[in-house]
Ligand binder design. Sequence first.
Ligand SMILES: [Zn+2]
Length: 85
Amino acid sequence: MPLRRCPHCQSHYVRRSSFHRRGGSWFAVFSPYHCRNCNEYFRVVSEKFHVVAVVIGSAAAIVILLLIVAMFVGTVSESFTSPNR
Ligand SMILES: [Zn+2]
């Protein structure tokens, strides 16, 4: 777990806090933190979301790559097999 830093006072004296609000799916994305130095609350993109973003990003990249390859192969085979005589 890397040290979190307060964006207000740059203090490392922060604790992960929990806002007890209901039904926020974005809580999976942002982790609430509480600075014990200046008493500010802030949110940090959670590590879990980083992993998910990387997985989704690489999956999207692979899909796009496959689409480009499929399009390229499709046009090549089309120009080869089209009997335009
Ligand atoms: Zn602070």
